[in-house]
Design a protein around this ligand. Sequence first.
Ligand code: SAM
Length: 257
Amino acid sequence: MTNIKEGDKAIIMHDSGNSYLIDIELRTFHSQYGAFQLKDIIGKSYGKRYKTTTGNEFLVLVPDFRDLLSKSLKRGPQIIHPKDVGMITTFCGIGKTTKVLEAGCGSAFLTSHLGNIAKSVVSWEKNEKHYKIGTENIRRMGLNNVEVKAGDIKEEQGTDFDVIILDMPLPQDTIKKITKNLKVGGRIAVYSPCIEQSTAAINMLDSKGFINIVFRECLIRDWENEKCIRPKTAMLGHTGFLVFARYIKKENKKDIE
Ligand SMILES: C[S@@+](CC[C@H](N)C(=O)[O-])C[C@H]1O[C@@H](n2cnc3c(N)ncnc32)[C@H](O)[C@@H]1O
């Protein structure tokens, strides 16, 4: 492993699990657990422990994608929760050959995950303020395969996308316009916080040549191992509903029905 140099990034992790993403510079690192000189770690490898002025210890780690995303993203509109990102990427079969079309970019949390695993991503954002946040976040994540476009996704002219993902109001209007941009056999995911949006999306998908329409929600329950092993009392409440479907074209659908 290469040694740490000035300008690198590092995760400084306390035994409590609390961690900080920092740029390695010639300065003192301060925290509630005490301070230490960052020059002491320059030239050393990641994975070592360092003592602070108050006797606490920190482990210095290489930041991974999750560290960078959770600690460096500028927050704007509501992001898609990681559990739902996992559902979207898995059920749409997104991988290194997939061309994705997406809207709205918003805070680019989902967009960043897509950029991390897909071949290419075109993400539309019609709100000027959100566009600035989204493009800045994609820059911070260093994702060169992501193009953020300012405007309405309905203006997209590109075709042969493998996957379309929508996280925006009135998805049915967009589905109506952009189905032509999806290749036959391609997939769509529609994320909606409200059931009315999901049902409107389902009806439109049904009329536009989509099959395998699946409507689901993902609930996640954390467990604890304290006095005994049991599920935690509090659970994450509602995030959103997900609709998945596959595009086969209206003509082909008639043959199947
Ligand atoms: C909830 S945010 C998306 C958050 C994003 N998925 C994330 O994880 O960070 C919804 C965004 O869709 C944008 N939007 C709404 N309608 C749109 C349209 N027709 N074309 C492009 N963007 C749109 C809104 O401006 C807003 O920023």
